[in-house]
Ligand binder design. Sequence first.
Ligand SMILES: Cc1cc2nc3c(=O)[nH]c(=O)nc-3n(C[C@H](O)[C@H](O)[C@H](O)COP(=O)(O)OP(=O)(O)OC[C@H]3O[C@@H](n4cnc5c(N)ncnc54)[C@H](O)[C@@H]3O)c2cc1C
Length: 384
Amino acid sequence: MEAIKEYDVIIAGAGPAGTSCALALRDSGLRIAILDKSAFPRDKVCGELMHKKTVENLEKVYPGFKKDFVKFPKTLVLKHTIMHYKGRDVMYDWEGESYTCPRYELDNYLLNLLKETGKADIYTKVIPEQYTATDDGVTVTLKDKHLTLKGKLLIGADGVNSVVKKQLAGGRVDKQHYIGAVRTYFSNIKDLKPDTSEIFFNSKYHLNCLWVFPVEGKPGMANVGFGLLSTRMSKRKINLKEAFYDYFKVSPELGEKFKDAKQEGPLEGFGVSLGSTIGTVSGSRFMLIGDAASLTNPISGTGMGNAVVSARLAADQVKRCFDTNNFSATNMLNYREQLEKEVYNELTRSFKAQRMLSSIPYVLDIGFGLAKHNWIKKKIQSMV
Ligand SMILES: Cc1cc2nc3c(=O)[nH]c(=O)nc-3n(C[C@H](O)[C@H](O)[C@H](O)COP(=O)(O)OP(=O)(O)OC[C@H]3O[C@@H](n4cnc5c(N)ncnc54)[C@H](O)[C@@H]3O)c2cc1C
């Protein structure tokens, strides 16, 4: 027999966006369900760098977050970044800290925070088959579970391949604004400092850099990865995994740093949907947040910060909808407006800067000459 469970808000996806949204709603008095296709803890292919923005916004949705999170044994506090190009190095001291934390640990940490509040029903290892939104509410049918969830509002937080987006917003992948990225881990990396992330540029791959982000508690070990715009890969027939290993061959300083290093685990790929174009992010009875809404910064490739910002803004909109009993597409546009103010303006600036820089010949040679100047450092920090 098919069972039906009733909620006010159903959140699809328990990554940083979904759990942040549920945490932001914990004292709203609303009945919340959050569901995910994976069993937790689970991995997510990612560079695992958390900019200050991610932690500041988690602190906003869950006051006290930062104090406990910096003490979490898997969190590494970063203070500097070194950029390398043709044997030249530029060191950046970040205004405010950034962090790394394996996604296997971080996402489980966030879900456990939510569990501890006891304010949401958590369904993991469930496959949502069909999302339906009508004037009366939303329905989610779960595959093989003989269970249907009914709610008044749906939040799509199910990542870059969002099924909520496909089924309710007709979303498609826009290759012009999509990156293919790969990452793996290496141990025994030479001169790896635990408080310093490193980024390597090479003129063969233009502005696409290879990152080396250290991992807490494992000296010499780092998350290493690289991404390329989809259109560039198809135009130049580039195989991303081959390009990753080629990067070490064409960059002497990288070859030296990794000469005794050992790859730990497979090289895994995943998509990144850039926030350089604004698509549909809401409609009658639903909103999209995080990667489902395509909010990754086109320059830094980081998306967790904006995932948490969008979760916070969506939670505010959820409260407005219930206060006014208005779940219409028009009312939901308030969410889009807030997103434009807090996220898209910054993303549009980064996108324009990225396109402008990409069109300048010898941009890396020129840029590295200037990169040591403080005003350039400040400009770069403001764009990521
Ligand atoms: C290689 C790579 C490197 C990156 N590096 C960084 C970085 O260093 N720093 C940074 O800030 N960002 C980085 N990003 C981006 C970052 O990973 C995302 O922006 C972030 O994970 C978005 O969070 P989210 O909660 O929206 O989505 P996700 O983290 O993808 O979470 C989505 C959740 O939904 C679940 N789900 C998916 N499909 C379904 C379904 N059909 N039904 C139910 N559940 C579903 C998934 O299991 C998952 O738990 C990187 C991305 C890639 C690919």
